[in-house]
Design a protein around this ligand. Structure first.
Ligand code: PMP
Length: 311
């Protein structure tokens, strides 16, 4: 694994990661009542380390937390400040992955045991570890999962809830067991929702198509970045409409977007080649643009980057 564990911000203090622990009675451990984010910090071309779109990730964390009645205790600015301090304390060393987690901890005095969101204390941990880009630029092979994405009347899929990731884990497990790299999940209507931890785009006649948020998906920060860069740098507009599985198989190009995955071409879906079976021109151009932007190479997008110290 490329990850090297380091430090955590845990219950208001900076501690070695090994000390950032919770008891087995932790409510979120038992019931999945936590919310989280995945954020990347990139070594910049000017030698600093900068968090990419941290404010957008923390705004989503706070929205997710509201859904589960979790009081994070810090606002977006404060969360960004704590993250910057955490990264400074970890010190120089290059690209870093940041994992904030806000969760239900312990029953408050007088609260009877049970599955509940009130009468339970809230907690916040942020850990960070070194992790470079692992995007497979030659493209990945994905399966259409037999697991459906839950609809928003079943689980709040627009929130990044820990317990909901049982669904994602089962889909990844099934796909890997069948020899694929990842899974695309359909929603309860049988339309494309998203990949296990990334959003899905198709290229059709030079335009991008991605399912709307009503297709039961997490509105990715990277999805928004891809839409913006495609429009502003590549002159390619995006249509937000439903995609059927055969739309994907017949698309010229397909790619996934996510903080972890970045922008990754999909060259095969369930045993069928996408296009010519190699990364297409729009995907490749977008990948290049994305990697430049996250490294601070394009001044127009410096507002997405928060420098925290030397890389
Ligand atoms: N969908 C799911 C289910 C995810 O877990 C992620 C990763 N957070 C994404 C989409 C992509 O979101 P983002 O681009 O904000 O990382």
């Amino acid at each position: 694994a490329p990850a090297i564990a380091a430090l955590a911000y845990h219950d208001g203090e900076f501690v070695p990661l090994a000390q950032a622990q919770v008891p087995v009675t932790t409510q979120a451990l038992q019931y999945g009542t936590g919310v989280f984010e995945g954020i990347r910090a990139y070594a910049q071309q000017d030698g600093t380390l900068a968090v990419f779109r941290g404010h957008d990730h923390y705004a989503r964390l706070l929205r997710s937390a509201r859904t589960l009645r979790i009081d994070v205790g810090l606002d977006v600015e404060q969360l960004s400040g704590v993250t910057a301090e955490l990264l400074r304390r970890i010190g120089a060393g290059g690209d870093t992955y940041i994992r904030p987690l806000a969760y239900k901890r312990a029953l408050l005095p007088g609260t009877p045991p049970g599955v509940q969101l009130t009468g339970v204390s809230d907690a916040l941990s942020i850990n960070a570890f070194r992790m470079g880009s692992y995007t497979d630029r030659s493209g990945i092979r994905v399966a259409i999962s037999s697991w459906r994405r839950p609809e928003s009347g079943v689980l709040p899929v627009r929130a990044k809830v820990t317990g909901g990731y049982v669904n994602n884990a089962l889909a990844v497990d099934e796909a890997r067991a069948a020899g694929y790299d990842d899974a695309i999940l359909l929603n309860s209507r049988g339309q494309v929702a998203e990949a296990s931890t990334a959003n899905v785009f198709a290229v059709v006649r030079g335009r991008l198509v991605t399912p709307p948020v009503t297709a039961d998906l997490l509105e990715g920060v990277t999805r928004d970045t891809a839409v913006t860069l495609a429009a502003e740098l590549l002159g390619a507009g995006t249509d937000f409409h439903d995609l059927a599985r055969d739309d994907l198989c017949n698309a010229d190009e397909v790619f996934l977007t996510g903080t972890g995955a970045e922008i990754v071409p999909v060259t095969e879906i369930g045993g069928r080649a996408v296009g010519d079976g190699v990364p297409g021109p729009l995907t490749t151009a977008l990948m290049t643009a994305y990697h430049g932007v996250v490294r601070g190479e394009d001044e127009r997008y410096h507002h997405w980057l928060q420098a925290v110290g030397p890389a």
